[in-house]
Design a protein around this ligand. Structure first.
Ligand code: AMP
Ligand code: ZN
Length: 112
């Protein structure tokens, strides 16, 4: 499958990995929008949250649990933001579901 994030998960394209297990991989975003900007993906190719199948809900909890662990490791004691962009209007540019973990600066709301 010609998917950038599947290739990163498989180690076929280099990335700065912070965490990996049988179900998930976390790596540094190549264009960081905050001092800490990590992407968390399931190894399984799921195009977006809108393509989530019954039975894969646990992956969402797992990605968030890994985000919490990395936030702790990165010392984000004052807070952080987790975001999942979905589809064209959601601002998704890579069609492999991913959770952004952003931290190390104050975030704004509403997002653009
Ligand atoms: P989104 O716009 O929510 O789909 O997020 C896609 C993210 O992937 C963006 O923040 C990009 O900077 C990031 N990205 C694209 N290519 C790479 C890559 N090769 N390695 C790491 N991050 C990437
Ligand atoms: Zn993929």
């Amino acid at each position: 499958m010609d998917c950038l994030f599947c290739k990163i998960a498989a180690g076929e394209i280099p990335a700065k990995k912070l965490y990996e297990d049988d179900d998930a991989v976390a790596f540094a975003d190549i264009h960081p929008q905050a001092p800490v900007h990590v992407l968390l993906i399931p190894r399984k190719h799921i195009a977006s949250l809108a393509h989530l199948s019954a039975g894969d809900e646990r992956l969402l909890g797992h990605l968030h649990a890994v985000a919490k662990k990395i936030a702790e490791e990165k010392g984000l004691t004052k807070g952080f933001r987790t975001v999942m962009n979905t589809g064209e209007e959601g601002g998704q540019t890579v069609d492999h579901m991913h959770l952004h973990l952003l931290g190390g600066r104050s975030m704004h709301w509403p997002p653009g």
